[in-house]
Design a protein around this ligand. Structure first.
Ligand code: NI
Length: 189
């Protein structure tokens, strides 16, 4: 069964995710299923809360955007309990989207240089300095583990301008071409 992507408005997207412990049942299957869900929906990253699991697990395959962002070429990362250290305070604004917010794209300011520490799916530790759009993807996905989504970073005015689109997602009035799970309150038209 393909994992559905939980949409904006679902409370699981607002929870702070729990650290993942060695011995988590069927972790490798879950990771494989998350990659499949991400590829099916043509995303470059997916965090476990987006498939309804409030655990600190992220999958990223940034290669599809490497034509525009060289640093993303061949970069596939499975992140368990990731931690970000900001290395550069200057923020760059670029457009982002999110599989949990279909049909929306907004400019988001983020730093360009981070140090990332994480465990891989064998719980081996890694540390790397990451820059550019790859650093942006990592920050976007790690936000999901803190119960945040990227539109939390946009201005109140911008949020007001997309209010109707957000409301359509929350209430299930949005067409999506990948499997999704609507918020519990959603009434589909
Ligand atoms: Ni997202």
């Amino acid at each position: 069964m393909k994992l559905p992507v939980y949409l904006y408005g679902h409370p699981v997207l607002r929870k702070i995710a729990e650290p993942l412990e060695p011995g988590y049942p069927d972790l490798k299957k879950l990771v494989a299923d998350m990659y499949e869900a991400m590829y099916d929906s043509e995303g470059v990253g997916l965090a476990a809360p987006q498939i309804g699991k409030s655990i600190r697990l992220v999958v990223i395959d940034a290669d599809p955007v490497s034509e525009n962002f060289l640093e993303c070429a061949g970069r596939k990362l499975t992140l368990i309990n990731p931690e970000i250290e900001i290395l550069d305070g200057d923020k760059i604004v670029r457009a982002e989207g999110c599989l949990s917010l279909p049909g929306i794209s907004e400019n988001v300011p983020r730093v360009e240089h981070i140090r990332l520490r994480w465990l891989d799916e064998d719980f081996q530790p890694h540390e790397e300095e990451i820059s550019g759009f790859l650093a942006r993807i990592v920050q976007h996905e790690c936000d999901h583990l803190e119960g945040k989504v990227y539109i939390d970073h946009i201005s109140a005015i911008r949020r007001q301008l997309i209010r109707r689109k957000l409301n359509d997602i929350v209430t299930g009035r949005v067409a999506v071409d990948y499997p999704v799970r609507y918020a519990p309150v959603a009434k589909r038209k």
